[in-house]
Design a protein around this ligand. Structure first.
Ligand code: HEC
Length: 193
């Protein structure tokens, strides 16, 4: 204890516990000064000069990057985007090509949409609805338990192409193809156009 005797005592006591009034250790002090300098530099850099990105900006930037990465830029979420059917010949022809080709729709719904394994797509009777949104949903999700895979052949295609196919289906409405598949009123409902 002897070597501590010359230390000045701090001028307080609690429950008989006293404290030396030692200088703070050098290493601690320098660490402390460093945090002060760092704090000021940080504040100037981020809040005065505005060079660094604060969290809110970092977040916004990450969102932008993600949009670019996943090509979502400027696209609204599906649910809020209002779909509009194509009515021009070029897009309908494109839809028809996929319907009768790689998407295999015709194998179950027939080229003229009269229905075979799948229901007739030309009349007013539908299981899942005949709005553009319903048809797009039918195509994207498919009815695997009934044999229709998502996108007909289970290969996801861009929304634009789905819209072309759906628009083509809408264009078949009222075409009355010969020998259509019979309406099954147990599952189909009439949808007034
Ligand atoms: C393997 C057969 C098969 C293929 C291929 C197929 N479908 Fe279907 N599709 C069906 C069946 C079966 C149903 C009925 C589903 C049910 O009963 O719920 C159906 C239902 C639908 C419906 C909803 C009809 C309604 O009455 O609500 C649409 C729209 C449709 N298919 C479009 C398509 C399109 C477009 C393609 C191509 C991308 C396609 N289908 C490919 C068998 C098929």
């Amino acid at each position: 204890m002897a070597q501590y005797q010359e230390h000045p005592m701090a001028n307080h006591e609690a429950d008989g516990i006293k404290e030396f009034d030692n200088n703070l250790p050098r290493w601690w002090l320098y660490g402390f000064y460093f945090t002060i300098i760092f704090g000021i530099a940080y504040m100037v850099q981020y809040h005065v000069v505005g060079k660094g990105d604060v969290m809110r900006q970092e977040y916004a930037q990450e969102l932008e990057d993600a949009k670019l990465k996943y090509k979502l830029a400027d696209k609204k979420p599906e649910s809020s985007a209002k779909l509009v059917a194509f009515t021009d010949a070029a897009n309908l022809a494109e839809g028809k090509k996929m319907y009768n080709g790689e998407q295999l729709c015709h194998t179950c719904h027939r080229e003229d949409g009269g229905g075979l394994v799948g229901p007739n797509l030309t009349n007013d009777y539908w299981i899942h609805g005949n709005s553009l949104d319903s048809i797009v949903a039918s195509i994207k999700h498919g009815y695997p338990e009934k044999g229709m895979l998502p996108y007909g052949n289970n290969t996801p295609i861009p929304d634009e192409k789905v819209l072309q196919i759906a628009s083509f289906i809408l264009s078949l409405h009222g075409t009355n193809p010969p020998n259509p598949k019979a309406v099954d009123m147990a599952v189909e409902k009439e949808y007034k156009p």
